[in-house]
Unconditional design. Structure first.
Length: 258
């Protein structure tokens, strides 16, 4: 079989891309072994940061799963007027620079912010630079992801089934919980997993509101800048492995959904 020039060119491009994308992972693994970084992951300070990241990401993902699913339902099934404009508005955090998103949250929920000032004056409640601030930042960033996943999931449900449910006397609640959610479960679960991974890896927005608190990405940055390669290597490899598992799960759920 004669190999065309185009096939040769694409093969060379794939090999070159493979080498380029493999280099950072190979470098991280080499540095991880050289720095004996595994032991660094069991230091008390590092374990506390990992626990903080898991806690805040879990809380933010739980909130985003509920709100994002409702938003996806509203814009996909109900299709009220102005839905395209509103859906675009709720999708903005997907394309906003994370640092800008964090700054906006400071302006809104800071001690002298639009919402933060009344809360502080009435209840002496300071949201920023606390664990709640981390949850809010992660929630703000990942909710559009969950909304997009829910919209995609609900679009795949045949409208004839929804109409049949209504024709049999089922109200919106029953149709939502008995028809839409079961048929959309694989895509919704994939969306939740992806949102969790995005939350635990969020850096820019959380960095702006964290104060002295640290999450895994923030500690990677501070340790790398401070010359502590061991901790930075260990946490980076941990996030790489987590991301790989997330992508694998999402692909398996996608195959199951199809």
């Amino acid at each position: 079989m004669k190999i065309s020039g185009f096939s040769t060119l694409t093969t060379l491009l794939v090999l070159a891309a493979g080498l380029f994308f493999s280099a950072p992972f190979a470098a991280l693994l080499h540095s991880f072994v050289s720095a004996d970084a595994l032991l660094k992951l069991f230091e008390r300070q590092v374990l506390l940061v990992i626990a903080t990241s898991l806690l805040t990401a879990s809380l933010a993902t739980g909130l985003a799963a509920v709100v994002g699913t409702v938003l996806g339902y509203h814009f996909t099934i109900r299709k009220r007027g102005g839905g395209r404009w509103l859906k675009t508005f709720f999708s903005l955090p997907l394309v906003l620079p994370p640092s800008a998103a964090g700054y906006m949250l400071l302006l809104a929920f800071g001690r002298y912010g639009l919402l933060g000032a009344p809360l502080y004056q009435a209840f002496s409640l300071q949201i920023m630079f606390s664990t709640a601030a981390l949850v809010i930042a992660q929630f703000f960033v990942i909710t559009p992801l969950m909304m997009q996943a829910a919209s995609s999931a609900f679009q795949q449900v045949p409208q004839s089934l929804v109409q049949a449910s209504h024709s049999l006397g089922a109200d919106e609640w029953t149709t939502f919980f008995k028809v839409l959610l079961p048929l959309s479960r694989p895509v919704l679960v994939a969306g939740v997993i992806t949102a969790f991974a995005r939350a635990i890896g969020e850096f820019g927005a959380t960095m702006m509101v964290a104060g002295r608190l640290k999450t895994i990405p923030i500690m990677i940055y501070t340790k790398a800048m401070g010359g502590d390669a061991g901790v930075a290597d260990g946490l980076s490899l941990l996030l790489v492995l987590l991301s790989f598992c997330v992508l694998l799960l999402v692909n398996l759920l996608g195959d199951r959904g199809r």
